[in-house]
Design a protein around this ligand. Structure first.
Ligand code: FES
Length: 115
């Protein structure tokens, strides 16, 4: 049994502004991570779910990039304003937010993933 029911990884990799690869931190991912942490804390989910900074997830063009385990659902272009929807729909409701899913990725909710 993993220690967390859900583990949210947010890429906070930062590259120089003139780097052609771009980076998630330059697109606002650090604020996205903080919003996830706040929201999990506010809802009393500490110890059950966790949001962590991640290094480059190798999806730089689609950032801010987020991946949620154990199901391995990837999100692209996540903004601070999207966090509540991901928490409510995906983390608590077990329904991934389709409009934010990274194209070409898979990942499915396990059969019993209720918090
Ligand atoms: S910099 Fe975020 S995925 Fe590469």
């Amino acid at each position: 049994m993993p220690p967390y029911q859900r583990h949210v990884f947010v890429c906070t990799n930062r590259r120089a502004e003139d780097n052609p690869k771009g980076s998630c931190a330059l697109k606002g991912s650090e604020a996205v991570l903080e919003r996830f942490k706040e929201e999990l804390h506010r809802r009393g989910l500490k110890g059950k779910m966790r949001a962590n900074a991640a290094g480059c997830l190798d999806a730089c063009a689609f950032g801010p990039s987020v991946v949620i385990y154990p199901e391995g659902v990837w999100y692209a272009g996540v903004r601070v304003e999207d966090v509540v929807e991901i928490v409510e729909s995906h983390l608590l409701g077990n329904v991934p937010v389709e409009r934010l899913r990274m194209k070409g990725t898979t990942g499915a909710l396990p059969p019993d993933s209720s918090p």
